[in-house]
Design a protein around this ligand. Structure first.
Ligand code: ATP
Length: 378
């Protein structure tokens, strides 16, 4: 139930009354709280308020992060999205999306879905200079949290060897969600020492061969891909490397039954378009085919063995926190996401941090494999 205080606040900031009632009725807006700070998160969108939008009790609005268009045929995709306009190219860092905002006297980290994340909020000060918010309280820093010790993502980029790091890729205005022009963001990030995604410079469609070369290098270096943006941030498109498509399949096939079929189909499709666009043939083609087959089958078969021997499908991950209470809050946070995790181990790193090991069990995937292995026919 959303309180009458928030209902009238939402009306005041412009959510149409009929839409508001529908959203409230079907749980499309949810009231939540983080350390005494009350907020609403939008699970669905409503006129100008994108999914993931957060409204705080003081009336401040942080709009949800927009969907970025994906191109699968690079040359034609670029022609279509950018026409003759130049565009900046940045690395697409493989992690999870956060929006960092100052609300009252607190700096909070919001997930894509609009939750205040207890872990990221505790750690964000390790990476972002909060003086920025003293000077620009109305700006939102959007970036990727990435690394091997992440609560939401199984792997990180190859150059983050331990823990987790923040990589800025957008600065937006709080109320409107409008992005700052690319050069302005680059300048502000440098001025305040905020770490950014790697930048590859300004391109246009005539430099397609350089882009192909870049994609090949990133793929070889086990990196996820690129995001292309016009200087005014009005047109944005993403493209992922063949490495990332195959690697995602490898990670996903371990929990095959827990993922929608579209997860696998989308990545196979993108890989096929890459092979066709680059006319990959002969031994190179065979290598991709083998890598795809292995990625799809090996972790899946290993999971079947695991369950056949009486085990569960599970994932273990670690994070570093400053307070053990943050780890307990993450367990509650995951519960609200409908995910069951528990703490397996707590280690004092003796540097002000604790390394927490969590285990996540996948009951649906486990049950499905168990039933099929036992001979259930359908
Ligand atoms: P979308 O709704 O945009 O399709 P998604 O959840 O399917 O998002 P992805 O396909 O991984 O996610 O791609 C978009 C995400 O990539 C962004 O939401 C952002 O978190 C992440 N990202 C990483 N690096 C960048 C970058 N340089 N610029 C923009 N986004 C980036």
């Amino acid at each position: 139930m959303v309180s009458s205080y928030f209902m009238s606040l939402l009306l005041k900031i412009g959510v149409p009354e009929d839409r508001l009632l529908v959203l409230e009725g079907k749980g499309g807006i949810v009231e939540d709280e983080f350390e005494g700070i009350k907020y609403i998160r939008f699970r669905d969108s409503a006129k100008g308020f994108r999914r993931g939008t957060v409204v705080f009790e003081n009336g401040e609005v942080v709009l949800g992060f927009s969907h970025i268009k994906r191109v699968v045929q690079l040359e034609n995709g670029i022609k279509r999205v950018f026409k003759n306009r130049p565009f900046y190219v940045e690395e697409k860092v493989d992690g999870y999306n956060v929006r960092v905002v100052k609300v009252g006297d607190r700096v909070l980290a919001l997930t894509r879905g609009g939750f205040v994340c207890p872990f990221t909020t505790e750690r964000i000060g390790d990476f972002v200079n909060f003086e920025f918010f003293g000077d620009y309280p109305n700006l939102v820093l959007a970036g990727e949290m990435a690394g091997p010790e992440s609560p939401y993502i199984v792997e990180g980029p190859p150059y983050v060897m331990e823990d987790i790091r923040f990589f800025l890729f957008d600065i937006q205005d709080k109320g409107t969600g409008k992005s700052l022009p690319v050069e302005e963001r680059y300048k502000l990030a440098e001025e305040y020492g905020i770490p950014q995604v790697e930048r590859f410079g300004l391109f246009d469609r005539s430099r397609i061969d350089d882009l192909y070369g870049l994609i090949e290098r990133l793929s070889r270096e086990n990196r996820e891909g690129i995001v292309m943006k016009t200087p005014d941030m009005k047109r944005i498109a993403k493209y992922v490397t063949p490495y990332a498509n195959i690697n995602d399949i490898k990670i996903g096939s371990h929990i095959f039954f827990d993922l929608p079929h579209g997860y696998f189909m989308g990545r196979i499709k993108r890989l096929a378009f890459y092979l066709a666009e680059k006319h990959v043939k002969g031994d190179d083609f065979d290598e991709y085919a083998k890598a795809l087959g292995k990625a799809l089958l090996r972790p899946f078969v290993e999971s079947i063995h695991e369950v056949a021997q009486g085990g569960d499908i599970e994932e273990v991950f670690t994070v570093r926190v400053k307070n053990i209470s943050t780890a307990h809050r993450m367990v509650t946070h995951f519960e609200r996401l409908g995910v069951k995790i528990h703490i397996e181990d707590i280690e004092d790193l003796k540097n002000g941090y604790w390394r927490i090991t969590f285990k996540r069990v996948y009951p649906d995937a486990t049950r499905e494999i168990r039933d099929l292995w036992k001979g259930l026919a359908f």
